[in-house]
Design a protein around this ligand. Structure first.
Ligand code: BEZ
Length: 222
């Protein structure tokens, strides 16, 4: 590895340590709703996400949007858990400001991670970074504690709450059977069948694409 590549790998690498299919590392931390432990969320879906900093414009819009959509996550039996390097008292002051200015209460926990110990374990910050204000990572964790999807956005682009809900819907739909969620899939739309990888199926299929591209039952949320 050249020095440049090595330096880049050490610097960038958001989410790099963890992969889809890994068990989400357990941790406990202080939060705006009391002490929380990740493993206490087993049995439910969980979206764990980092934000660069309290009292910043894009982050504020994300928290307002997520608080407004809290009921929709609840309907999907999915808890939300936010995390940043800011102190618990900074989180409290920010939530109070959001409540007073935007008339919305953020009731899901926001964790403090002043030592970046969680942020580093989850690849939310690069191993040697002293600055956590780099990325917006999101982990979709299933009821058995397994990471099922991850996203990483830069500090200057906010996440889409509808897309977070859609990803959750798609993950829950594919868990209902051996089916696949196509591009832009939304609940109620057709899912795709798992392709049957046998040469007989390939040669006997009527249409050219029928052996690998077949719509199946309409997708329903669990
Ligand atoms: C924001 O949330 O607006 C933000 C946070 C960190 C850096 C840049 C923007």
């Amino acid at each position: 590895m050249t020095e440049t590549i090595k330096a880049d790998a050490e610097r960038a690498a958001p989410c790099a340590g963890l992969r889809i299919g890994d068990v989400a590392p357990d941790f406990s931390a202080r939060s705006t709703t009391g002490d929380v432990r990740l493993s206490d969320y087993r049995g439910r879906w969980l979206i764990l996400f980092s934000h660069p900093a309290d009292f910043t414009p894009v982050c504020t819009t994300e928290f307002i949007a997520l608080a407004e959509a809290a009921g929709e996550f609840e309907e999907r039996d999915c808890a939300l858990m936010a995390l940043s390097v800011d102190s618990l008292f900074s989180h409290f002051a920010w939530l109070r400001l959001i409540r007073d200015r935007y008339e919305i209460e953020v009731r899901f926990p926001i964790l403090e991670d002043p030592t970046l110990v969680i942020g580093r374990a989850y690849g939310m910050v690069a191993p040697n970074d002293s600055d956590s204000a780099a990325v917006r990572t999101t982990f979709f964790i299933d009821p058995s504690g397994v990471i099922r999807a991850m996203t990483c956005y830069p500090a200057n682009v906010g996440r889409s709450t509808p897309e977070m809900l859609r990803t959750l819907d798609a993950l829950q739909a594919v868990d209902n059977g051996p089916v696949l969620a196509p591009a832009n899939w939304a609940p109620g739309e057709a899912l795709l069948a798992q392709p049957d990888a046998s040469l007989d199926t390939v040669f006997s299929a009527k249409g050219q694409t029928d052996w690998f591209m077949k719509e199946t039952k309409r997708g329903a949320r669990k």
